[in-house]
Design a protein. Structure first.
Length: 319
């Protein structure tokens, strides 16, 4: 709704919310006041210092102070945020210091029979995945794989095109590079002689993320492509490699890299060296665990929020 009091009052009167959740800060005064006046249970979650540091907040401190007082519970994502909320008059017993909320990598489905069949066919071979690979990235990936094969001759590359229509071209490129290749859609499992498996079915990405201890996230080698969601890959327990062009996901990639879960590369040579180093089981496991820690950070905070909301909804339903 707009911010005029008549509009916000009508909005709240229409929807009659039981619970109202404000996140981060930047609170809209009339909407918050209308919601509080309606008797809704007011929650402020993941509050940040900069959420209460706008020009209005600095010039008219009574406005954020009044708004903060309307919330029944408040969670602050950092000590500076906690201090800022206390300065605004938030009751200390209402302010909890919690881990920041982060995007959670969702788990993709995988058929158990396929997972068992592929795992048995691989027989313990080292494997790496290049997922969501754009057409103009395939040469870089295949060159890196040839380099890595010199150090680990049994290494298998699972190459998943971003567009399934690019799969035939990638098969031709692999053959031209002298790499023995098979297509997943052809129904043939990789054998000991297979060096590249073209994963040409989009719905099986969850399978490949479970199989591969190391994954390169495509769309990042060259500009102009949409980069992968790194949290999705990290949630499956795979160590991450990515290129320099990740666009809007730069913060997510940087956070995973700083945590020791991901490594950035610039070209085929650095990618090949990264695969050779990271494919070692202890190295891959250490990075995968670091990634898991990142994607699950804030889980307790989210569980607490869900519990509070459910309790209020149940109370209204029972009442």
């Amino acid at each position: 709704p707009g911010e005029h009091p008549d509009v916000t009052d009508a909005f709240i009167a229409h929807w009659k919310p039981v619970v109202v959740i404000g996140a981060w800060g930047g609170l809209r005064p009339n909407l918050i006041l209308a919601a509080a006046a309606s008797g809704a249970y007011m929650m402020l979650i993941d509050a940040a210092r900069d959420g209460f540091d706008s020009r209005r907040d600095r010039w008219l401190p009574e406005v954020p102070r009044n708004l903060v007082s309307k919330f029944h519970t408040i969670s602050a994502r950092s000590k500076p945020a906690h201090l800022r909320l206390a300065q605004l008059g938030g009751a200390l017993e209402k302010i909890n210091l919690t881990d920041p909320l982060r995007p959670f990598g969702r788990m993709l489905p995988a058929t158990d029979s396929d997972l068992n069949d592929v795992t048995q066919a691989l027989g313990g071979r080292p494997v790496w995945l290049a997922m969501h690979v754009a057409g103009d990235e395939a040469r870089t990936i295949l060159k890196a794989h040839r380099q890595a094969l010199m150090a680990s001759h049994r290494l298998l590359l699972i190459l998943q095109p971003a567009q399934t229509g690019d799969a035939p071209d990638m098969v031709e490129l692999a053959h031209a590079s002298g790499l023995r290749t098979t297509n997943w859609s052809g129904g043939t499992l990789p054998d000991d002689n297979t060096q590249v498996l073209i994963a040409d079915t989009a719905e099986d990405l969850g399978l490949w993320l479970r199989v591969a201890p190391v994954s390169f996230l495509g769309g990042s080698v060259r500009p102009g492509h949409t980069s992968c969601d790194p949290y999705l890959a990290a949630a499956h327990g795979t160590a991450l490699i990515y290129g320099p062009h990740v666009g809007a996901n730069v913060d997510a990639y940087s956070g995973l890299m700083n945590a020791g879960a991901a490594r950035i590369v610039n070209d085929a040579d650095t990618l090949g060296r990264a695969v050779m180093q990271m494919i070692a089981p202890d190295q891959a496991a250490q990075m995968a665990m670091a990634g898991w820690d990142v994607v699950t950070q804030g889980a307790d905070s989210l569980d607490s929020i869900i519990t509070q909301v459910q309790d209020r909804l149940n109370a209204v339903q029972d009442g």
